[in-house]
Design a protein around this ligand. Structure first.
Ligand SMILES: [Ca+2]
Length: 415
């Protein structure tokens, strides 16, 4: 039902580009999706549902209490960071390069052996994640877009990193089916305590109904073993016609994912359309609603769905309207910022800041703060590093890696 005209709309990454869009099919799609989800939910036990989140609150802007140190610049749209046991760090660039920052300086030569990636628009090289036993096995995981403009999708490869190059590269997962266009890949992954990992997969922008279709990986979070095989205790294993890797469904474009060992929670952020960006707590076999329910509107101003809640569909913990465009998510458990312990940090692309979501001990949102908003850089990723500091990378042509340190730190804390 594509309309015979093009409009300029902001994509999830809030870069303006020309994309064909569908306007009138939204409510029809939602109705179809309700029918699909009702079928899929038939065997879900009744549980106490999360209540609807409060209306979005203005965040307090905080400019004191921390200082910012530039670790590297000259990166081409850095997307993700991983911290190695020797204190160095790996950084992905969306264009398809993997870079090493060692001894505090960005090494001029990219790491070799990276898989070929599909680039353009939002496509490219995304996440880098270390195997939990990296210190012993040197295994890293990369997520990326692969294929052609007409047929592409989110993939995962793993390899051994020997300090200079990737070896024994193995593609271990390909999202199915392939899609066209270069939007909404998801692409964040996080290891869980049982040695499996979760991967977010976007719905491809033009395929929103697929988020409710359990025969498709689009708009899902999948759970896999470390070798890419499907864990036998995944929620849909053994059900005919359902992709067994699916862990949760009804997602739009999830680009933030972090497992917090202390609370045992898997947190996720995803881009809404115009408004309705979400923070969710991910639980197996649950339907997070897109596009049946949403707090956002379509870019055209039309309804995506008339519903913000439906029985059996999960509510977000909080949502952001207008959209901050969340990408990158960290749980801070370090000791350099005692006041920030147990809080979530969200990289905001569109709003060009680092968002602190202050949680109480039970995990309830107390309030929110904006950090780094005087820099006017799109924050693509945020990580709580083993050294206790927070690191962010900026989604720019001349992208930076920055370290946040307490403003009142003692000399003994400075390395
Ligand atoms: Ca949702």
């Amino acid at each position: 039902m594509s309309l015979p005209f093009s409009v300029i709309i902001p994509t999830d990454d809030r870069s303006y580009q020309e994309i064909r869009t569908r306007v009138v099919s939204s409510i029809l799609a939602a109705a179809v999706a309700v029918a699909i989800s009702t079928t899929a939910l038939a065997d879900v036990a009744l549980e106490v549902a999360r209540p609807p989140p409060p209306a979005p609150q203005a965040a307090r802007v905080v400019k004191t209490g921390y200082t910012v140190t530039e670790i590297a610049k000259g990166l081409d749209h850095p997307w993700s960071m991983a911290f190695l046991p020797d204190g160095s760090m790996l950084v992905t660039e969306r264009v398809g390069r993997l870079r090493l920052i060692k001894g505090g300086s960005l090494q001029s030569e990219p790491i070799t052996g990276v898989p070929a990636v599909h680039t353009g628009g939002q496509a490219g090289l995304f996440d880098i994640v270390l195997h939990p036993n990296f210190a012993q096995n040197n295994v890293v995981y990369l997520t990326y877009a692969a294929g052609t403009n007409a047929a592409n999708g989110t993939q995962i490869a793993r390899a051994r990193f020997d300090g200079r190059t990737l070896k024994d590269l193995q593609v271990i997962f390909k999202a199915w089916p392939l899609k066209d266009g270069d939007n909404h890949y998801g692409g964040r992954m996080a290891f869980l305590p049982d040695g499996t990992f979760a991967l977010t997969i976007g719905e491809g922008f033009e395929y929103r109904e697929k988020a409710q279709d359990l025969t498709s990986d689009l708009g899902k979070i999948v759970r896999l073993n470390a070798d890419g095989s499907v864990p036998q205790d995944n929620p849909f294993v053994g059900q005919a016609s359902v992709r067994p890797e699916i862990y949760t469904w009804g997602h739009r474009n999830p680009q933030g994912l972090i497992y917090d060992a202390q609370s045992g929670r898997l947190y996720e952020t995803e881009h809404g359309p115009r408004g309705g960006d979400e923070l969710n707590i991910i639980v197996a076999h649950k339907n997070y609603g897109w596009p049946v329910i949403t707090y956002g509107m379509d870019y055209s101003g039309a309804y995506v769905s008339p519903y913000t809640q439906r029985p059996g569909l999960e509510q977000p913990v909080i949502y952001w309207t207008p959209s901050i465009a969340p990408s990158g998510l960290a749980m801070y458990r370090g000791d350099k910022f005692p006041a920030w312990k147990g809080d979530l940090f969200v990289g905001a692309l569109a709003f060009e800041h680092l968002r602190r979501v202050h949680l109480d001990e039970r995990g309830n949102v107390v309030n929110q703060e904006e950090l780094l908003n005087d820099l006017h850089w799109r924050i693509r990723d945020v990580r709580a590093a083993p050294d206790g500091y927070l690191y962010v990378c900026t989604d720019e042509d001349d992208g930076r890696v920055l370290r946040l340190e307490p403003a009142n730190r003692s000399a003994a804390d400075i390395r």
